[in-house]
Design a protein around this ligand. Sequence first.
Ligand code: NAP
Length: 319
Amino acid sequence: MENKIYDVVIIGGGPAGLTAGIYAARARLDCLLIDNYGINGQAVSTDIIENYPGFPDGIGGFQLVKNLKVQAEKFGLKIISQEVVFVNYAEKNIEIKTDGKIYSALSLIAASGAKPKDLGIPGEKELKGRGVSYCATCDAAFYKNKTVAVIGGGDTAIEEALFLTKFADKVLVIHRRDKLRATKILQERAFTAFTNKKINFIWNSRLVEIKGAQKVESIIAEDILTSVKTEINVDGVFMFVGYKPNTEYLKNILKLDENGYAITDDEMKTDRAGIFAAGDCRKKLLKQIITACSDGAIAAFSAEKYLDKLKGTEYNKQK
Ligand code: NAP
């Protein structure tokens, strides 16, 4: 156990956590950011980010998050690579237990993001890493001139399907409805790719099984309207059916919604004094890098105000 109490510990090295770190470090809070990998999050594994303001030609996800890290460290943020396994809450003494140590803090910003959901169908777990993937940016290059299936119809599925067309010969998008959820500009690109025979859609269908001995060989898709099952030969399956929040370590401490997202107010305060949540682990309307950064900035500012009060140094910030 470290023999000190941090003003604030931030959990998570994605855009929300790193932005919170930039603001906390500039506020001269004694601050520590803990993340399994140092930097992290869905943005890191996104090939190109086109909707983050200020980059008219887009910016690589890894580059953007790396820039945030460099910026945070420039202001003095300390970042360590450890996995948080447990948090023990007591007002004015929050203990954060990692796989290596226990840290104490007066306040905590949970910015631990979300991880891809799985479907829990036969073959998925068994063939994970052997044809079943949750990240096209990471694995697309293995599928040069091959056939892959993409499951889902949201922004992630369509963005990743488009990325896969650079490598695979055939990209089959399997969606449980007959309309995509993805934003319109991505839909336009997907339909252009369809016209150019780079993407094929299998509508109103759900994936029921992934088959293969050593690696993925085929999938079974079921037509939801007719219940007819079809076996399709594929070399890879990319699952993009949404995310679930990384909030297991908070479940006995905070109020979470029915899906496990942390519930906060507009100031990123949770129902526990001194604990704030930011980014994709928080229940909110729009999950984007820009809103993650915004949450992080607000959470750090709220933590600063909380600490001012706690330490009896509150002053009128409006002056
Ligand atoms: P999402 O928006 O929740 O979409 C998940 C997709 O998977 C939906 O099409 C959904 O179908 C389908 N799905 C869910 N459960 C399923 C099941 N059991 N079986 C079959 N299909 C299932 O998730 P996401 O696309 O990962 O996006 C997550 C968040 O990140 C969103 O807020 C998104 O806008 C944001 N994001 C933004 C960008 C960007 O701005 N460029 C990129 C990536 C992600 P239904 O449509 O029928 O519900």
